[in-house]
Design a binder for this molecule. Sequence first.
Ligand SMILES: Cc1cc2nc3c(=O)[nH]c(=O)nc-3n(C[C@H](O)[C@H](O)[C@H](O)COP(=O)(O)O)c2cc1C
Length: 331
Amino acid sequence: MNFWQYIRKPIYALAPMEDVTDTVFREIVMSISDDNHLNMLFAEFTSVDGLFHPIGKDKVSHRLKINPSEMELMKKKGVKIVAQIWGNDPEKFAYAAKHITENYDYDGIDINMGCPIRKIVHQVACSELIRFPDLAREIIQATKEATHLPVSVKTRTGIKEHQTEKWISNVLQAKPDAITLHCRTQKMLSEKPAEWEQIRIAIDVRNSLSQTTPLIGNGDIFTIDDAQMKIDEYKPDGVMIGRGIFRNAWIFNSPQKVVAKQERLQTLINHTELFRKTWENQKSHSILKKFYKIYISEFPGSAELRSKLMAAPTLDEVLSIANSELNSIEI
Ligand SMILES: Cc1cc2nc3c(=O)[nH]c(=O)nc-3n(C[C@H](O)[C@H](O)[C@H](O)COP(=O)(O)O)c2cc1C
């Protein structure tokens, strides 16, 4: 049975984020979240053109990697994982969906119809598909026909103005298994405040069409209490959190946790070690720098410690600094 129908609601999902939500970070987030407040993960978006290309395939495949240890933790905690693909050619979407279904252990496939970045929009992909409703439906249909996995869509409310009613009814015509709505237009990027009233409009559209497609709301959730307030007020089937994880890696816990320095250091060490085991020789260690701020904060001396970590030239050095700081607490 399609997991979107039976998964526990409200759904709490970690958003797909390029160069952030790889298998390593997803496992770390899961390991520090409570089982009732994180039950879905999305992988970074992967280009269908890349997957279709004999050389490109090797270059983009790291985005789809799922470590066995991540899979094991997901099974233990009952968390689902969804791959996300983007492009503009229905045939390549079908190819990518088949490839992912046959070679990976994803529970579902999501189509990106939301990314507003100029270089992607210029390729008539992602949020730009809102301008091309027929092509958008064709892409959903072609993807669905190529896989037995459920196919969902992550999108925005419009291009320059909200056109939630018209656009969401168009998407629903193609019968996706779920929709995540980031309640901003393409033009709003992530700068203007998210407008949650648009989630209510989308839900009304779905209900008026007598459909039960789960609808997840996304945009500007920065605390678990806010997530719960949004669920109570707007009644989505779930919420998705993206940048909130940078402010607080422990965001998927209720009640909100106060995290001690010791746990922060240990989490950084776990992340660094898993990163090394997974990506050594494949990804530069500087990718890790964006994570120091989320773990190493909110205790006296955290800014100085962060500067030291930023200047560390190797992962060994990062681990040595973090371990000696941790040992100095334990003494
Ligand atoms: C660094 C970064 C990378 C992102 N990459 C993706 C992506 O690969 N696919 C996608 O659908 N959205 C991507 N997004 C958008 C987020 O998934 C999310 O929709 C957006 O940040 C709004 O949610 P928030 O306000 O909770 O952050 C990205 C956002 C950020 C900040």
